[in-house]
Design a protein around this ligand. Sequence first.
Ligand code: AHR
Length: 496
Amino acid sequence: MNAVLRLWPALPRATVPAELFGHFAEHLGRCIYEGVWVGRQRRIPHQEGLRLDVVAALAQLRAPVVRWPGGCFADDYHWRDGVGPQDQRPRTANLWWRQIEPNTFGTPEFLRFCEAVGAAPCLCVNVGSGSPREARDWVEYCNFPGDSTLAEMRAKDGRPEPWGVSRWGVGNENWGCGGNYTGSDYAKDYLRFATYMRAMSPEIQLHACGASFGDYKQPVQNNWNHDFCQALAGHDLVDYICLHRYFKRGRAVSFSDAEYLALFGDVLAMEKDLELTDAVLRYYFPDRDVRIAVDEWGVWHPEATVENGLEQPHTLRDALLAAAILHLFIRWTPRVAMANIAQTVNVLQCLAMTEGARMFLTPTYHVFDMMRPHRGARVVTLETDVPEFETRPVGFARKEPVPYLDACASISGRKVHLTVANKSLEDAVEAHIVPREAAIASVTGKILYADDPRQTNDYETPSRITAKRIRPVLTGEEFVHTFPPHSFTALTITLS
Ligand code: AHR
């Protein structure tokens, strides 16, 4: 197959926020306990209880933001259970994920984890079973610079100066596990929570729960953003509206060829979520810069169940889907300004898996790593002439065309960063890459590839799928590059 990718580096657009490449860590399965926190007694290398291999992997990735403590867990979490001396913290029932919560990992441990990784924290407060008072107190504990009892509590937990947490989620999936609200009832409670949280710390950014459209058949979901934004329109109390979407087509590894392609078609459903939300934001906040945060996204295969702590195998197909979704978010900059893959370690589409002292990085980790140059660069307009396949995205009435090559470009200085996923199962795509009003001096690159997109990384072969260097060839003025089937390529094109 053949394709043309035309780049317009002289017309750069918005800057790509690093926060599009964010993470989500919930008290669920082995994400926090085992994945992030191993305690001080264990023989697993750690720094004050935080496992060092995971911290190093996320620091290497320059993880920009981590959302915590949930998820559904957040609306049943009482933050006071997780502060103070660890041996005096209560053991509580983790309702949604059917575990005992020892509370040894609480606010001070999470904020130290973020500091060790170099990431900004995003704390999600309890709306469903909590109160505005509890939420406002949590802000005080984290951010208050004065001499209050809560600030003193923070100092006793090892942090005299404020943590300065700037991102706060006001509940999670409040149309479901977060209290089964309607959009307008949530809006009433949101206003109460947001009023006191903002008054406590005026510089904080507030994230509101938005819809998770699924297959667009549920009236509550379809009306949620509308009803919420209508109630909030006269107030300056919402900075982000949060969307969630999970992807599933067939089993994790033994998917059919049709399911392989259908997964990529569902990127269009994610785009439709953005379009629907964007329209509501434009209507109700025409003069305000309310952004979208997709603060949970990723593949959720049938293998991941509550019983196994939502653990699933990690294939190259998952990594290619991640690339296509991250490209979509970049194209939607600046409206989409934060996104968090679910979840960081051991759960769903994680970036690392751990077992005792062993750890491996998933193929998705390598996509995040290869896409790092986009962060802080400016989006470059890309015209594509690419072969397509057809598939019916979830919730769509008919089949839609989906390009085999999924590409995205950005520029920093003289370097154009071009990332390309070839979604074809069998065919390589030979692409003419043509910069307009510019000439290419040199090209370097990396590729993520395996013989079969069903291949995985695992404890036995942790580096089966890992980024390899490639040497693209320039012939005179022409740059023709062949993208192998089911591969992800990152090219750095230096302009002369
Ligand atoms: O990521 C797992 C769960 O999925 C989260 O707790 C919830 O917000 C979503 O439904």
